[in-house]
Design a protein around this ligand. Structure first.
Ligand code: DOR
Ligand code: ZN
Length: 345
């Protein structure tokens, strides 16, 4: 049995670091495990300009120790007003690594998202030309579509057409949760990839209703039935270069989760690598762990692999019930449980 594993320092290709006091509380957990991260732009107001992205990047760096060795990779929140020239200029300058498509009203702070992605054809054409990735929250928002079907319907109604209209556009279908998504991405051309969260490898939708309603197991896209979890997990541990790590760590203060209308989002940053490693270990796929955490994403984005390593060891450590203090606290994924692994400092 392997009790210790050392891998090239990994990256998180999808994370919410928030702002203000929350940023100050949580950023170090991501910077501890990852060298770089793709930073989600769904702040209030959303990050839609290069100026806002530069300022946010500075706030992230200011929230970390000087020697954190962490690079935030910023994204542009697409709106119906997105401008191809401004986006291309910010990409050229190195401010925007990618653009994020939130279908309007799909999730937290997406009200200013896109109402018709095909109306943004000039932006998508430019992104395709300059090799700038489009990161997609892949759910339709049609209220008549069952919440558990929204990802599969998005693939059929939107994604297939996007891939055919923009055949060279780099697309990341974010946080996939279904067998349909895993199969679609596996069979799509090499410029279409997907990120996978730890929660979608480890929980199915029963976790949200386990003996009562469990707000800390609720995120979007919502966890699906067991057959889907198994399909997503098979894709993650397969060794395919199309699938890579993106935690979607999305903290909300405990009061916002434990509420009559609890926010979507699972805060998995403090033990993210441990969660993923548990899945790879259980599936006898440790030989594919490093590619998933530290190689596939960088190669897809066309960025160099990181220098340095991180080590995890097999050890039973209890995940704390809360991160933070009375003024601001967040319940982490696996709160009160043991995962079986811990990253060594
Ligand atoms: O669960 C989620 N939380 N899904 C998202 O798409 C957004 C995120 C958030 O920002 O809280
Ligand atoms: Zn997200």
């Amino acid at each position: 049995m392997t009790d210790r594993i050392t891998i090239r320092r990994p990256d998180d290709w999808h994370v919410h670091l928030r702002d203000g006091a929350m940023l100050a509380l949580i950023a170090r957990h991501t910077a501890r495990q990852f060298a770089r991260a793709i930073i989600m732009p769904n702040l209030t107001p959303p990050v839609t300009t290069a100026e806002a992205a530069r300022a946010y990047r500075d706030r992230i760096l200011a929230a970390l120790p000087n020697d954190a060795g962490f690079t935030p990779l910023m994204t542009c929140y697409l709106t119906d007003q997105a401008d191809a020239d401004a986006i291309a200029a910010a990409h050229e300058e190195g401010v925007f690594t990618a653009c994020k498509l939130y279908p309007a009203h799909a999730t937290t702070n997406s009200a200013q998202g896109v109402t018709d992605i095909f109306a943004l054809a000039p932006v998508l054409e430019r992104m395709q030309a300059i090799g700038m990735p489009l990161l997609i929250h892949g759910e339709v928002t049609d209220k008549s579509i069952d919440i558990f079907d929204r990802e599969a319907v998005f693939i059929d109604r939107i994604l297939r057409r996007l891939v055919s209209d923009f055949p060279a556009l780099k697309i990341v279908l974010e946080h996939i949760t279904t067998a349909e998504a895993a199969q679609y991405v596996a069979e799509a051309p090499a410029n279409v990839a997907a990120t996978i969260t730890p929660q979608h490898l480890l929980i199915n939708r029963n976790a949200i209703f386990d003996g009562g309603i469990r707000p800390h197991a609720y995120c979007l896209p919502v966890a699906k039935r067991e057959t889907h979890r198994l399909a997503v997990r098979k894709a993650a541990v397969s060794g395919s270069p199309k699938f890579f790590l993106g935690t979607d760590s999305a903290p909300h203060v405990v009061e916002a989760k434990e509420s009559s209308c609890g926010c979507a989002g699972i805060f998995n940053a403090p033990f993210a690598l441990e969660s993923y490693l548990r899945a790879f270990d259980e599936d006898g796929a440790l030989q594919h762990f490093e590619a998933f955490t530290s190689e596939n994403g960088a190669r897809f984005y066309g960025l160099p692999l990181n220098e340095g390593t991180v080590t995890l060891e097999r050890v039973e450590i209890r995940v704390p019930d809360r991160i933070g203090d009375d003024a601001l606290s967040v319940v982490p994924f696996h709160a009160g449980e043991t995962i079986g692994w811990r990253m060594v400092d």
